[in-house]
Design a protein around this ligand. Structure first.
Ligand SMILES: NC(=O)c1ccc[n+]([C@@H]2O[C@H](COP(=O)([O-])OP(=O)(O)OC[C@H]3O[C@@H](n4cnc5c(N)ncnc54)[C@H](O)[C@@H]3O)[C@@H](O)[C@H]2O)c1
Length: 415
């Protein structure tokens, strides 16, 4: 499929980045928002992205101007009558998305694909408010969309295979790395990342390690930054919202650490509020390498958190697997639910989180039996958060040691 004209609905952080990605691939883009001020702000951001490429020397001034000219702003849907594709990146509420998709369905050509960049809402529910659910899917870009390679391609219940295949091919044309993910809460990357982030808070409250030590261990393991730096950069309020949502959907495995609520009550949101796990200069550009001075009030909150979970104490000396095992275990849960293929899980964690080694290759290094024993031993101290996925038990019982040992046919059984 060739997309010549596309539209992006919502000219905010994600919409501007997506408009840049599409225009850089030679596509004419309409960038829509609710008023001219927001459209202009989005267009200015796209221009800034091109300017920075010129500065870096990856594009000439003339090339950048030519590509930027492909992006046109609008506040109306009437210009959408000849687009091949729409990517919606507006507000994250189901009412707004449903209203946008029913409008799009009326005005866009019948063959046009309608995609949502939603982080968590149901693609099936969005598709159901159109007369073309077979052409509706999720295209989940990561922030900043102009740099992050991963796109989760998420079909809803009614999305056709043809639409999914087209979307995978289009993402490749845009120099992205697409991974097919079946619809589930958190999709793939956030579903795997949040048990790790949540565990980091539980661990910190136990008092045997500092936030800096944990961050250092995560970086040494192969992540671009530690969990507490990531919390502060993402916004602890945003993380709390996602954690609550995943807890509601999946239950005890995702029970939020008490420290999270204590931080929210104090409005310690991270870089945006000036205080998170670390002290920040309010309004400064997020920087993972900024000097790390601990929030002086953190010690008091950790004491309070300990009182809320008095029996929570690790039986082991800290090592980074305490954090990695919940992520690994969730990957096996996702695998047993056929949410993604094993190879795609490693690709997604590499390009969506920057993990510089395959998450499932942990099993190759340590062995599946070791992973199961580690989860079981942590389960004795931390209960449901470490309950091993039954697929892991099944593979261990089958005498398998790693995922590479599974044949293509055996892998197909887990799809
Ligand atoms: N920011 C992230 O890190 C991130 C990452 C992945 C996915 N997402 C998802 O992408 C979407 C957009 O997020 P964002 O961070 O860019 O938000 P944002 O607040 O920066 O931008 C949203 C824009 O949508 C506009 N908008 C609202 N209703 C609209 C409508 N009816 N028609 C057209 N425009 C409308 C708003 O005016 C605003 O400019 C959300 O669904 C979000 O969950 C965000």
């Amino acid at each position: 499929m060739k997309v010549e004209r596309a539209a992006v609905v919502g000219a905010g952080t994600m919409g501007a980045g997506i408009a840049q990605v599409l225009s850089a691939a030679g596509i004419e883009v309409l960038l829509k928002d609710v008023n001219q001020e927001f459209v202009d702000r989005g267009l200015a951001n796209v221009k800034r992205m091109y300017d920075s490429r010129v500065k870096k020397g990856t594009l000439s001034q003339a090339e950048a101007e030519g590509l930027l000219a492909k992006v046109k702003g609008t506040t109306e849907y009437k210009e959408f009558a000849d687009v091949d594709l729409v990517i919606e990146a507006a507000l994250e509420t189901i009412e707004v998305k449903k209203q946008i998709f029913s409008e799009l369905d009326k005005i866009c050509p019948p063959q046009a694909i309608l995609a949502s960049n939603t982080s968590a809402l149901s693609i099936s529910e969005i598709g159901a408010c159109t007369k073309r659910p077979e052409k509706v899917l999720g295209l989940h870009f990561f922030n900043p969309a102009q740099f992050m390679k991963l796109v989760e391609v998420i079909p809803g219940v009614k999305t056709s295979k043809q639409t999914v295949d087209m979307a995978l091919e289009l993402c490749r044309q845009w120099q992205k790395v697409p991974v097919r993910v079946e619809e589930c809460p958190g999709f793939l990357v956030n579903r795997l990342l949040f048990p790790y982030l949540n565990e980091a808070m539980y661990l910190l409250a136990e008092g045997q390690v500092t936030a800096e030590e944990v961050d250092r261990a995560a970086v040494e393991f192969g992540l671009p930054m530690g969990p507490f730096t990531l919390f502060d950069m993402t916004g602890i309020d945003v993380c709390a919202h996602v954690t609550e949502f995943l807890y509601k959907e999946y239950g005890p495995r995702f029970e939020p650490a008490p420290l999270l609520k204590l931080m929210i009550d104090k409005k310690f949101y991270g870089q945006k509020s000036g205080l998170g796990f670390f002290v920040h200069q309010k309004g400064a550009v997020p920087n993972k390498d900024a000097a790390k001075e601990l929030n002086p009030e953190l010690g008091k909150l950790l004491e309070e958190a300990r009182k809320l979970k008095p029996n929570a104490k690790s039986i082991k000396k800290f090592d980074v697997y305490r954090l990695m095992m919940p992520m690994f275990n969730e990957a096996i849960y996702a695998l047993q639910e056929n949410v993604a293929l094993a190879a795609d899980i490693d690709v997604a964690m590499k390009f969506g989180c920057g993990l510089n080694r395959g998450l499932l290759s942990l099993a190759e290094e340590k062995g599946l039996a070791w992973c199961l024993a580690e989860l079981e031993s942590q389960q004795t101290s931390h209960a449901e958060r470490f309950r091993p996925a039954w697929l892991l038990r099944k593979l261990v019982r089958a005498g398998l040691h790693d995922f590479k040992a599974l044949t293509r046919e055996e892998m197909a059984l887990t799809r």
